[in-house]
Structures are given as C-alpha cells and as structure tokens.
Design a protein around this ligand. Sequence first.
Ligand code: PEP
Ligand code: MG
Length: 756
Amino acid sequence: MRNERDSIDLIWNVAELASLFEKKSTLEGFLSDVVRLIAAHMQSDVCSIYLYDAFRDSLVLRASYGLQLPDDKQVELRVGEGITGHSFAELRPIREADAPSSPHFKTIPGLNEEEFRSFVAVPIRRGPNRIGIMVLQHRQPDHFTQTDTRAMQAIASQLATTLENAEMLMQLRRVAPLPQRQYETSTLSIVRGQSVSEGFAEGRSVLLEDRAVQIATGDDQGADEQEGLNKLSAALEATHKQLESLQREIEDDLSDVASMIFTAHLLMLKDQEFVASMEKLVRNGSGPQAAVRSVVHRYVELLAGSSNLRSQEKAQDLMDLEHRILRNLQGTVDEGGDYTGQVVLAADIYPSELVRIVAQNAEGLVIAEGGVTAHISILARSLGLPVVLCKEPRVFELRDNMPLILDAFQGNLYVDPDDEARRQLQAMRDSAQSEGESSRPVPEHGLTKDGTPVKVMANINLVFDVKLAGRNKAEGIGLYRSEFPFIVRNSFPTEEEQYHIYRKILSAMPNSETILRTLDIGGDKMITQPGPPERNPFLGFRGIRFSLANTDIFKEQLRAMVRAAADQHVNILLPMISSVDEFHRSRQILNDCLAELELEHIPHCENPSLGIMVELPSAVECIDELAARADFLSIGTNDLVMYMLAVDRTNERVGNMHKHHHPAVLRALARTAEAVSTAPEKLSICGEMAADIRMLPFLVGIGIRKLSVEPRLIGKMKLALADITLDYARRTALELLSLRDIAEVEKYLGIEPSQV
Ligand code: PEP
Ligand code: MG
C-alpha cells in the first residue's frame, strides 16, 4: 500500500517549484522534470500534461512520463474527446478504476494507452482561465484514491501560473510594428500634477526610456552573422541573469504581487521557439536588435488577437522583456548602477520596472497620464516611492541631470528650483516629517486618557505592508484587502499561491487579531473580466456579488484562508454585503469548504469567524439581523459614505460632497454601534474616517473600540486617543448626533464650510 503522505509531500510551495524551473534551461525540460517527479511521487506509470490551445480549441500533449510520444507530430485532443477531453470540457476531475470500460474512453493511435487501466484527469485552471489538464495512468486497475485526486488538484493549482505562461507561448504566431517616440529637451519651472504616492524627493532628472526603444541602426547592421548571433546570445543571457536576480530580490517582500511578473519573462527566455525565431532572423541577415523586435512584435500582435482575457497584460510583459533585451544589446542596461540621487521621469512604467527602480534607489517618479493604473499607485505607496502624475508633455522632454524637487504631497514638480524655492520646500519637508514623528513616544496599546482600551490596527494591501504595520505597533491587522495580488498581477492567484500569501500575513502577528477580507474587485478595483464594461461599476458586479457568482474562485480563496490559519484563529470579512441572505450563502459556502478540508485531512482553522463589511445603506437598515448572525462587523466608511450620499468618490466634480461628517452618515454609524453595544469587541471601523482625528471623539463616543488605519497613521491615532477622555468622547458624540445639517456639523468640528 502506498503511503498517503507521499501525496501531501508533493504539494510543493511556489519557491520549490521556481527552483525546479531555474535548474532547467528550456520550458520543455522543465515540464518533463515536472511529470517525472509527479509520476514518481504518485507511484504512477504515466503522468502527462496537456495544455489548452485557445486558437485551435484543443488540448496539446506537451510532456509525458511513461508514454512514448511520436517525434513527427504533436498529440492533440479536441475538447470533450476521450476521458481527458471530457474532464477538461466539464472542468472537473475524473477518476476511473478501469478506464477502458468508461464510455468516454478513446485511444490515441501509437500511444498504447489500452494497457493502462487506472486513470485520473485533473483540469488546470486559474480563475476563469482554462490552462490545461494533468493525467495520471497506471497499469493496475483501481490504483488511485480520492486522496490522490485531491493531491493532484493541489499540484495543478500550484503549477497553474507557470503553465498558463507556457500556454500563452503556444499561442504566439504573427507580426506587427509598434509606433516609436522621440524626446527633445526643454525647460520648465513648476509643474502641477496629481499625487499618486505621497512623499518628497529631490534629485536629478533621468528619463526612463520609452518602451519602444529605438533600434540603434548603426550598431545593428553590417555585423556578420556569427557576431550577430554572439551578441544576441550574450544579451539574452544578461537579460536572464538580471531577471533572476530581480526575482530573488523581491521574493521575500513582494512575492504576492510582483514575483510572477519575472516568472513570465523568464519563461519566454526559456522558450526554444522564441529564441530560435530570433536566431533564424539573424542567420537570414537581420541585425540582432531588429530580430528581437520582429519576433516580439509578432508575439504581441498575436496576443492582441487572442481571446484570452489576460492577453493585454501578457503583451505588456513581452514589451517589457523586449525593452530589456534591446537595452542589453545596446549595452545600455546597467543593473549594477542605481538611481540614487535621481528622480525618474517615465511616460509610462510597468510594475516590474517600478519594483526595479525602487530596488535601485530611485528617489521619486513622475509619470504621464497614460501610465497610471491602480497597480502602480498601490505598489509605489507600499514601497514608499513618491510619485506624481503629470499631464505636461514637456516634462518628459527634459534633458537628463536637471535638478528636480518632487512634492508628491501636493503633486508638484519643481524644475531647477532656485535657493528660495529650495528653502521653502525644505521647511515643508521638515514639517511633514515632524507631523509623522511626534516627540511623544507611541504607546503599545491604544488607550483613552482615562484608560479605555481602543485598539489601533492596520489596514494592509500587500504582504510588504505587514512589516510596516509591525514597526508602527499595530495591534493586529484590521483589514487585509486580498484583491491586490489579483489586481496587480491581473490574474487569479491559485489556492496554493493564496495560501502562501495569507500564511505570511497571519504568521507576521500570530498573537494578534487578523482580519482577511475576501475579494472586493469591481468598482474602482478593476480586473479584466469577461463581458462588456459595466456602465455603473460601483453599482455592479462587485465584492461579494462576484464571489457568490464564482463559487469556485470564492471557495479557493476561503480554503486558502482557513488553511493558512491551521495553527491560529482567522477572521474572514465579506465585502459589500447588502442582505442577511448574502451572508447566509457565504456562511454555507465556508462551511462546505471546512467539511471538504476535514474530509481531505488538510490542516485548517476549524472555527474561523465570519464577518461583514458595513458599507451599504441596506446593511445599516438590516444591522440588527446582520449583527445577530455575523461574528463581527467592520464599517467601511469609504463606501458607506459613497453609497449613502450617492457620491462617486473617484469623480472629481463631486469629490467635495464625499463627507463622512454628513449627519446621515453619523446617524448610520451610531445605529451600527448601537446594534453591538453589548459586545463592542465585535465592531471595528476601517474606512479613511477611522484616521480622521477630528472624528475620533465621535467614534469612541458612539462605542467603537477598534480602529483600523494605514500603518503610518497608527502612532498618530494612538497619541490622539491618549488626549481624550471617554466622557468627552460621549458628550461630543451626543452633541454631533443632535445637529441637523452639514453646516452645523462643520461649525461644531471647526471644518472649513464648503459650498453644497
Ligand atoms: C471602505 O469602503 O471603507 C473600505 C475600507 O474598503 P475599500 O476602501 O477597500 O473599498
Ligand atoms: Mg469598501
């Protein structure tokens, strides 16, 4: 009898998988290592991997251990054909004790599959993307167990990212030119932009080249064939080394959002067809730079025509890679060098480059409008890089080495500032710093002046933020927004990948409360989704609605969360809950996950708490029923204010109407707190209002005892708490609740009145 532990051992973590990948110089080599290893662990005669080719709508056998593959033609199955095709079509695992007697059994000529009786097929997918299928076969009948199927599912989940990139490589076949741009030089003085990531930076300008790197024709032509091939191979090798070292550098801190970026690049470099096409062009007389460009553009064009949802992002990856190879060919990449003392100007920037320039000590970044995505600002904020978004095209025509000061609090760029401007900016910088660093020591625990505990916890977006939370003495994680690995990578991390991400977060503060929120995509947190764009995304397919409509994705996330908390407690928070019914359905799905994990003997947290975000007016109306059923509540004022006041927080024209001190909002908060007044530990507040010192007495006064704020604001909030008494807070709350309109509230709080 085989030892069941073998299967468990086989559930590698991503790092182990990556190391297996690093050892191999080709994609084919990697895949054949994988199938050999799985076959050995599962004690299976055969292990095969088929990848889905979306263009041909078929499954192509890419690697097999145990089957003799024909040299001359590829083995291909239609979707729905045979047990394998059937399992893929239905996206469910199929296990057969005696495959030849299955009505779906079909032999592929030359593979001699009849001799194998036991059969397991497990589809590989990432979120909505179908990637391929993994098949085990064994001579003895009834060889595989249910546990084997589960182990294969875990492995499929683990391999999905790498295989998805491999699948993309299979789809690439056509050609296209890209527009090119040129820069000139000019001078400016103050340029007003918009803050993307706060901070000050000072340094000399340096332009990050446009993605469409100019081909240096002088260097590229006239070289003989051998010289061209040598140059190409040296550039590819240099690119490979740089990417590997970048990947290693970010593995610890940013693996949740960034490491896969380089995996995709590395995979391209390992693809024999990609490299061979370039070499062939050089042999036919093309310069190496032109060869790189031609092959990459062929791939990019093909991606543009692909039906795969992630093609646009993949095209970006490719252009990023092209950029790096061309720069290496031109000898202009200096990975050892750094951007110390420099402010980078970039018409646009990829997440991978942002990570790189931060690793290379860039002081700040200015980007043009087209380049900003939520990804860039989130990464920049977490990495502490000041960034300004600037619509002035002349900024990107500045010559290198111009003295610059970036005030990314106000969103201003000062070009060649005179001494007076420098002095003023220095004063602003000092005052911003002293605001952040009070002379008073920050207490370990949040306490009012008269000793009432009010926990100050951290809102985090990336694993990287956990360190910041710890350094700032967070009393737990009050909100982990799990959507960022999905948004920044623009893909769906698998259950295994999510497990590793949540593990890092939970283990960072094992003795404090941690609240993991399930996916809240939609609204302003967009991810590529099938179907036409929504007319009102904030009122559309967002948060829990997406999860309840995609139970596979939801279950993967819930399983990953409770598995990551096998040795501790975890609080799972549901976003955008509008009714008790949605809560019930979610609870049921969580219970199903717990029952499945129990059956599979997979360690997990047995009693996770399930809570809801109070961020919709309907949730406030039903707060008594929700409070009675949910284990905890967290008020999300960013959305609550938006939905109560019908003010889109991203619309500049109505931005000044997004007021969390509106009497309607204050009353809704008081009502929510009242609903849990006998168990105040059940309630926290995590919207931006939680970090507004002017509102602190009100929040404490209505009974809130947990605040969750950005890590850098924790100290400020604890110190502010220490300045108020409970009695003062209660009086303030009562007075504010008695006011009739916005103007009265603003007068009471000393807020500049604004036009309504
Ligand atoms: C909120 O809505 O207040 C909240 C904390 O959630 P998010 O900002 O992620 O929508
Ligand atoms: Mg919200």
